[in-house]
Design a protein around this ligand. Structure first.
Ligand code: FAD
Length: 519
């Protein structure tokens, strides 16, 4: 589930089609990766080119400047790259190319950037669409990829350190806070499982071994053989460590050291918030990255809301002379002799570039956008080892502040009675209260609750509009009752605003190869 840097830059790597090799980008000096001086919470504006900008008035209060929709000619010819979608993945791909001198056009079907890491305003509240536990956003090490992506376009955001990554509320009254300080977390976990102290230290110790190896590399992608080859010569020991762990899952490693079934279930819950699957299905490398980064760089919330990251990247892109076009729904990728050369929008406009990068889901990209082409071999293989992540049912609420007990943490994970419900639809509840960290996101005396739970799209297929809305209401009511019982008595009567939304999957889960080999 979490958009850890590795997940976002590998599992979520935008799909890239090369029309002609992008030699232009490769030959440019890499100094544009440098870390320029900038003031806190700002973006440099040094490279802005002339562009048509207007304020868009939509159903949402939108203060950002967006590039006006235009005809094909308005954007000129000869883009080096077109990026379909302005999620964090698409924006990072676009900005990384733009700072190397490429002329990029990002096409977004919605009216604002960010996708699942976007934002929206309602009745004085600023809601995060999805993500709010932000990894890779510190000022330390090599794994702070969000910080680095922003710095590449001269931006730095003010962040608020989160003292607790997540507060687990689990069966058998297991209530564990994952403190920012590693030792404090280990002490709290060990207080529940004193007989497993050694196993706990060994399991998390292995996570640190992997994390330290990753953190010593200039991390880009674990799926690029050429890049990995280059890294191998610089850091052979670290690369061998990673190669050793690459085919292993967190559950198998936990079982080497831990016997207590409840503690193993806790490790499952730890992995579930990373990947929406249990530990046996979560790659050890991905788990380690998240389980350690939360203590190394820590979880940091951007002041003003997560949407600020996408806004900053989009601004950075335009400042570099590239463009972003909203309300641009790509309906097909135009191919010539098997190569992607352009895109067609739902309104008939066409744009062309040397390279087409898709930040839409793989299923949309290969199932809907690329028409009449057979599935590339790499994609066929990919689909064999990955399964779709579940969808999420999200409830965005504004509540009266007094309903939250003092010292309530920002992020919670709730699984009340039965460990076996962990992976079931609606079984566990994720809850973020970003106003604990940034009160400016809500009107005075109010808090934001973003609650979400896993759901299966199959449950919703074929329902009429009325039945669909009614079902959303029933599910939301049930979730609110559970939270009222477990955490916040009086929650229902404190609601000031509520909106329920079903979010289709955005990601993929590695169907761990070791499932069939070792486990
Ligand atoms: C409810 C929820 C909670 C989450 N919580 C966390 C969290 O706490 N921490 C964390 O790290 N991660 C979290 N995630 C995951 C994280 O938000 C996503 O992994 C990440 O934002 C995905 O980014 P992306 O760029 O890959 O895709 P997306 O965000 O899905 O972006 C894709 C973009 O492409 C656009 N697009 C798609 N098709 C087209 C088309 N045909 N034409 C034009 N535009 C198109 C979409 O409109 C969208 O803007 C959460 C996700 C959800 C749904």
């Amino acid at each position: 589930m979490l958009n850890s840097p590795i997940l976002s830059l590998s599992n979520h790597t935008p799909i890239i089609y090369h029309h002609t090799p992008p030699t232009k980008f490769q030959s440019l000096p890499s100094c544009s990766y440098g870390r320029p001086e900038f003031s806190s919470g700002s973006c440099s504006n040094a490279f802005r080119r002339k562009g048509v900008v207007v304020k868009v008035k939509g159903m949402m209060k939108l203060e950002e400047e967006v590039v006006e929709s235009g005809k094909r000619g308005d954007f000129g010819e000869g883009f080096d790259a077109i990026v379909i979608g302005s999620g964090i993945g698409g924006l990072v791909a676009g900005t990384q190319l733009a700072v190397k001198g490429a002329k990029v056009l990002v096409l977004e079907k919605y009216v604002i950037p960010g996708g699942s890491s976007g934002f929206y305003h309602r009745e004085g509240y600023t809601f995060d669409v999805g993500s709010s536990v932000m990894f890779g956003f510190s000022d330390k090490g090599n794994l702070n990829l969000i910080t680095q992506a922003l710095e590449a376009v001269g931006c730095r955001m003010q962040v608020i350190p989160d003292p607790t990554t997540v507060h687990f509320h689990l069966p058998n009254h297991l209530s564990v806070r994952v403190h920012r300080e590693y030792d404090k977390f280990i002490e709290e976990l060990t207080s529940y499982f004193p007989h497993e102290k050694d196993g706990i230290l060994k399991f998390y110790g292995e996570c640190w071994k992997i994390f330290n190896a990753l953190n010593s590399l200039e991390l880009k992608s674990l799926e690029e053989p050429l890049y990995l080859f280059g890294q191998f010569f610089q850091k052979p020991l670290e690369c061998l460590t990673l190669a050793y762990y690459l085919p292993q899952n967190a559950g198998a490693i936990a079982r080497k050291y831990i016997q207590d079934p409840q503690l193993l279930s806790f490790i499952d819950a730890e992995c579930f918030i990373v990947s929406t699957v249990n530990a046996l299905q979560t790659p050890m490398i991905n788990a380690s990255m998240v389980l350690c980064d939360r203590h190394f760089g820590g979880i940091n919330y951007p002041l003003g809301g997560v949407g600020g990251i996408a806004k900053s990247l989009a601004k950075g892109l335009v400042d570099q002379g590239s463009q972003i076009l909203y309300k641009a729904n790509v309906t097909s990728i135009i191919t010539e002799q098997g190569k992607a050369v352009g895109v067609r929008l739902s309104d008939g406009r066409e744009f062309f570039a040397k390279t087409i990068i898709s930040n839409a889901t793989r299923w949309d990209t290969f199932g809907k956008l690329v028409k009449g082409e057979s599935l590339p071999k790499e994609e066929e293989n990919f689909q064999k080892v990955y399964v779709k992540a579940p969808s999420f049912l999200s409830i965005h609420m504004g509540v009266k502040a007094e309903v939250l007990p003092p010292d309530t943490d920002c992020h919670h994970f709730v699984l009340e009675n039965n460990w076996t419900s962990l992976e079931e639809p609606y079984g566990s509840i994720f809850l973020s209260i970003p106003t604990i960290l940034d009160s400016s996101l809500a009107p005075e005396g109010r808090h934001i609750l973003h609650i979400f739970t896993t759901s299966s799209m199959d449950d919703w297929q074929g329902l009429s509009r009325i039945d669909y809305e009614a079902k959303k209401q029933v599910v939301a009511d049930e979730i609110i009752s559970r939270l009222e019982k477990k955490l916040f008595p009086g929650l229902r009567s404190s609601i000031d605003f509520i909106e329920v939304e079903l979010k289709p999957l955005t990601s993929l889960i590695l169907l761990y190869i070791c499932n069939s080999i070792h486990c």
